[in-house]
Write a new protein. Sequence first.
Length: 255
Amino acid sequence: MIVMTASKIVKWAGALGLACALAMKPGMAFAATIEFPESELSAESVLPVFDHPESVKARTVKTARRMEIGAFMGYALTEAFYNPLSYGVNGAYHFNEVSAVNLVGSFNVKGLNDYGNQLNPVPRSSPPENLNIQYAPAPKYLLLANYQHTAFYGKLSLSKDYIMNLSLYGFAGAGMMGIGDSSKPVANFGIGQKFYFTPSLAFRADLRFLLYQGPDPLSRRLSAETSEQPASSFDEKLNFNGQLSFGAVYLLPSF
């Protein structure tokens, strides 16, 4: 036997009445369709325009109108006979956060590399004969002026409490290269990366490529020579060399 209280009877009656109302007026259960004339619809998308666009917010390292000085050590990647090490200084002036002019001056460490020393005497030569490549014109110094363009500035989180600022740039320019007793024009281009420890102090790494016309140390016999020979006595060839350098730079206050 089923016993229903008065409250349950009221609830069931209410639910049954609502169901009957929805069944009799189906339009009440669906949303109305709204149509707009095509002339009032947007025909194209429009991007927002800002009065003062900023590519980087809260920039920690600001380089605009600041000078930069530094020192570095270089390593010639494709040097066949001579010591590949060099040392030098560089300086730059940043016109803004993107463009700068960069000056580089370096000197080559004297002497031969391991391969050059192995050729005195030449292996399996009979009778033993020295190549004496040390008496050919060797690279002595490099002076360059470059335009530098910063393509990327960002931040690298090394830990929860320390963030390092980065900048990636490219450069190209020209200058002079001392080879023996001669000076030759040289063109160069490359890319580099700076890692900022503070807003003013950074570690700088550059990959540079040099293109120049210089004396060919193998174009004449040197076994009988006892001193460095003039560059004019050698044939010339087109050289394409790579150089990797590492150093530190410091940004001076703006003025």
